[in-house]
Design a protein around this ligand. Structure first.
Ligand SMILES: *Cc1c(COP(=O)(O)O)cnc(C)c1O
Length: 385
């Protein structure tokens, strides 16, 4: 009997294998901007370390100078609602409020915790969630865990969104529009001003924005696309992660105080988990404070990103991206895997993205650029592609 049960898993894995969709955990060693696998050194073109801060030794050394055995706290030992709410939490949330000029903010263990926790907490069966078709898996999971009704609109199709709002606003107590600012697979972006205008059409519509790929990267202070498009205060749930450009771990929301208070009471992924270790929160604080001034890195990243996008288009690729996330669209999974492996042999660590992460027949190699990458390296890579 036991044997039979395992057989089902083996069969499913074999099916994935046949479609070139089977995944494995890569065994790699990190060396600054490079990764090493089986003695082969490759330039890391798959990292979310957009500002290059995770590989910045000087930053880590500066942080370590302020650490002592007394203030190096590697665990919080408890939920924030019990004894896990340390000063480091308060200080990080105060910094977020100061930077975003917001009433309130709240920090979570990860962006995934944030997205699967907030949506079920703030919605009920009288809520309709309208999500962009391409939102991240964590947002989909959050919607699924909620009791809200939901519907997805075609990617960035605001006409369809408007008609959905028009059709449904009288049938629900509340409608929440859910989108990312920079989308994680196509690297294109939402028009936030347009979304804010749509939200304002009806008094019972709220806007949830995930800035995972934009925090640190966009805006004069690196606060994201909402800063860049000057609409930070218009977004009801302004969220992001510290795990990408900010070189740390954790998620955050910037919001009205009443929403924070509500989440503290209702959000299961905040209440029923051990809080982040204070040392992580201190590191996030340290990096976030410094990241606001890194305009030069943001401009450089913008420059190399548009350079790569232009060269891909010149080579005949379709390129939906407007950001540092740049897909090389191929289509077929097998061909995508083959091409990614070929580029790895040539010294460029880039990875295939296949269904179910992206729709069928849209397999692609996903490149994400960081400020640690040199322009010559991009040119070199493009000629080999
Ligand atoms: C990475 C990502 C998350 C998850 O954030 P983590 O901090 O890595 O858990 C959430 N939303 C989007 C859009 C992401 O790209």
């Amino acid at each position: 009997m036991k044997q039979d049960l395992l057989q089902l898993y083996r069969k499913e894995l074999r099916l994935l294998e046949e479609k070139s969709n089977r995944r494995n955990l890569p065994e790699i060693i990190h060396q600054g901007r490079m990764v090493i696998r089986q003695d082969k050194q490759m330039l890391n073109l798959s990292s979310n370390d957009y500002l290059g801060l995770a590989s910045d030794l000087f930053l880590r050394k500066a942080f370590l100078e302020n650490l002592t055995p007394e203030n190096f706290l590697p665990t919080s030992s408890s939920s924030r609602l019990l004894t896990g709410n340390f000063t480091a939490n308060k200080e990080l949330e105060e910094l977020l409020c100061l930077l975003f000029k917001s009433e309130s903010s709240l920090v979570f263990n990860s962006g995934y915790h944030m997205n699967i926790g907030i949506l079920p907490a703030v919605s009920d069966s009288k809520t309709l969630i309208l999500a962009d078709k391409l939102v991240h898996a964590s947002l989909i999971d959050g919607i699924r865990l909620s009791t809200a009704k939901f519907s997805r609109y075609k990617h960035n199709d605001y006409e369809q969104l408007e008609s959905l709002l028009c059709k449904n606003h009288t049938d629900y107590e509340r409608i929440i529009i859910v989108t990312e600012s920079i989308f994680s697979m196509d690297g294109d972006e939402a028009d936030l001003c347009k979304l804010v205008a749509l939200k304002k059409l009806y008094p019972n519509v709220m806007l949830y924005l995930d800035e995972a790929h934009a925090i640190g990267v966009r805006g004069a202070k690196g606060l994201g696309c909402a800063e860049e498009q000057d609409c930070m205060t218009e977004i009801d749930f302004l969220t992001g992660t510290f795990g990408k450009a900010l070189a740390s771990v954790g998620g955050y929301i910037v919001c009205k105080k009443v929403i924070r208070d509500y989440l503290v009471n209702k959000m299961r992924t905040l209440i029923f988990t051990t809080a982040l270790p204070p040392v992580n929160l201190m590191w996030t604080h340290f990096v976030l404070e410094r990241s606001t001034g890194l305009t030069g890195k943001r401009e450089y990243l913008k420059k190399i990103s548009s350079c790569l996008r232009e060269q891909l288009i010149a080579k005949g690729y379709v390129c939906p991206s407007t950001s540092q996330i740049i897909p090389v669209m191929i289509g077929d999974s097998r061909e995508t895997v083959r091409k990614a492996e070929e580029m790895q042999r040539k010294g460029f660590y880039m990875l295939p993205v296949r269904p179910p992460t992206v729709p069928e027949n849209t397999s692609r190699i996903r490149i994400s650029l960081t400020a640690a990458i040199r322009i010559e390296e991009i040119e070199n890579m493009i000629t080999l592609l």
